[in-house]
Design a protein around this ligand. Structure first.
Ligand SMILES: [Cu+2]
Length: 256
């Protein structure tokens, strides 16, 4: 059934918007890599920071996504699809972005060349929350027969908006500045939502179901750790990493 389904044609207004924005997209070539000579981190003294993100109280009841407006998307799901914004299991919060917010000074870090991939599958983004380094490729993939457009709405970096109409096509976006929590949406399917965070260092991670991540190879020093969540906001906490130390932190939503 899926293989014979015809593509849904995007509206003329959408095509016009995509064409208009094509010239100012930041989805072209990668920018220059690190911001200067890479500052080595001494493995003999580097430590780590384990961060647990907790949620107290009753999480909101997830809403069922209504895909009935696009039959081709609804047909891809045999059971109701729940909205994924606040995912709590056992008091731990998934899909929160943990990162070093300050304390790294003007250190420069190597930029990974492998992309972080966001798939469009079942008319949903998978994963919903991702993070990359400045200069690292963020690759969008379309595993659906359905056409999607990828519309980033940042505050700091340049916006982007392009159409992905071919199944199994990919397209990469690069960022030249840090920004936390950039919303990404599809103008064809209004329920589709993803969030991209961009950092100028490698000390970040998205929490899995157990709400716990470890930031590794951290130089000794005093830092502020941040946690960002799409609806619950940002928490911060100071931490000191002694030489070869491994402090543990817990940050808890909602903020009290
Ligand atoms: Cu879409």
């Amino acid at each position: 059934m899926i293989a014979t389904r015809r593509f849904r044609l995007p509206s003329p207004a959408l095509l016009a918007a995509v064409a208009l924005l094509a010239g100012c997209s930041n989805s072209g070539s990668p920018p220059s890599k690190a911001k200067g000579p890479i500052t080595p981190v001494d493995p003999a003294t580097a430590g780590s920071i384990e961060v647990q993100v907790a949620f107290t109280g009753s999480p909101p009841t997830p809403k069922v996504i209504n895909m009935s407006g696009t039959a081709a998307c609804a047909a891809l799901h045999s059971t109701p699809v729940l909205e994924q914004s606040v995912e709590v299991k056992g008091g731990r919060l998934a899909n929160a972005v943990v990162y070093i917010k300050s304390g790294l000074g003007d250190r420069a870090f190597a930029v990974p060349s492998e992309p972080v991939v966001v798939d469009q599958k079942g008319c949903l983004y998978e994963p919903r929350v991702v993070a990359v380094m400045v200069g690292q490729p963020l690759q969008f993939r379309n595993s659906d027969q359905e056409a999607h457009n990828v519309h980033g709405r940042p505050q700091v970096v340049n916006a982007w908006n392009f159409l992905m109409s071919r199944p199994n096509s990919t397209r990469e976006v690069f960022f030249d500045k840090p920004e936390v929590g950039i919303p990404v949406s599809c103008d064809v399917h209004p329920w589709m939502r993803a969030y991209v965070s961009v950092f100028d260092h490698p000390y970040f991670a998205v929490t899995p179901d157990d709400g716990t991540v470890t930031l590794n190879t951290v130089p000794p020093g005093d830092y502020v750790v941040g946690v960002w969540h799409e609806t619950l906001g940002t928490l911060t906490k100071p931490v000191s990493v002694p030489a070869s130390g491994s402090p543990r932190l817990q940050l808890t939503y909602p903020e009290s």
